[in-house]
Design a protein around this ligand. Sequence first.
Ligand SMILES: [Zn+2]
Length: 414
Amino acid sequence: MTGSDARRRCRHCGTTLHHTFVDLGMSPLCESFLSAGELDTMEPFYPLHVFVCDSCFLVQLQEYVSPSSIFTEYAYFSSYSDSWLAHARRYTEQMIDRWKLGPDHQVVELASNDGYLLQYFVERGVRSLGIEPAANVAATAVAKGVPTQVSFFGRETARQLVAAGTSADLMIGNNVLAQVPDLSDFVGGMKIALRPGGVITMEFPHLLRLIEGNQFDTIYHEHFSYFSLLTTIRIFAAHNLQLFDVEELPTHGGSLRIYAKHQEDATKPVTERFEMLAAKERELGFDRLDSYTSFRQQVENTKQRLLEFLIAAKREGRSVVGYGAPGKGNTLLNYCGIRTDFLDYTVDRNPYKHGRFTPGTHIPIHPPDKIAETRPDYVLILPWNVKDEIIEQMAHIRGWGGKFVVPIPSVIVY
Ligand SMILES: [Zn+2]
């Protein structure tokens, strides 16, 4: 078997992958921002070719780059978004309430980032432990009083935790499942570290919303898998974990929060909303191959429409800048070929990115104040999932007649 044959197998069931979901061409890693000194050097580009498995319907990207090279110094600090923090605080209150969590309970979060969520459990006196592979991000969490262990999670880490006396009453994984190359090792680890009677909650972007909302820019090398509820049920069941509840959330353009328990735990009935969403996915054909194959055309149309807008704006002598430098922005910019010929610069609230450049497209990143200095005609909002927050924060651009442009799900000027 050649290397490429070995890779082209389904991450969950091992079936050889034959069917393209979408092909976004070649792109650099979306979080590999460049310093000024790196602009004149070679940059690695990898394919963004997404397949769908014709056996279990897991939509997936091959592992072109190992997670250790992606996540050991990660530029994404969760705490820089106000709406995400509010979301984390609401979740904490909801869980403490529903599962009656107190000082005798243990919460474990996988990929706990900078402690953006566990800080609220710590505040309420619930024992908390974060597992986070990026050392620089974990250090921020520890500094704010959130116990955090620097490691990747899988069966081995789970066994070590249990041996050291830590197993979880509540195990949390937000926006991590998509980034796991070895799904079986990860979900198998959760099975090991979950206390009998414990609950797992995981949040991840919902494939249904990705397709309906045309969110192709949320596809990047760091996201190996794209989940429907039906496929997630199958993956957890393979490890004797049963999904029993689900919520649809507005975060990241439409996410699922799934609830799982040990198969043998009979104390948690399957909810009606869970049955309804599973039925809806079956109705929409998520267990049939043909419902995945039309996505491609939709994506190509969006690229054409965005470029039409930018070309027209530039021909009229208008200035266009970006707002935000999120990972998804880099997929969009690279796929559409948008560089400083269209966007003068972009801005971001995260100081880590200031003075750096977007990967592949080399667009300079400044602090948000830059926009008031240069008074551009259009501000292209790259993190469209928080567009309402940004439009409110940046309302002053109306003062000079500035307008906002949101590229996804379709190009709209506000
Ligand atoms: Zn499969």
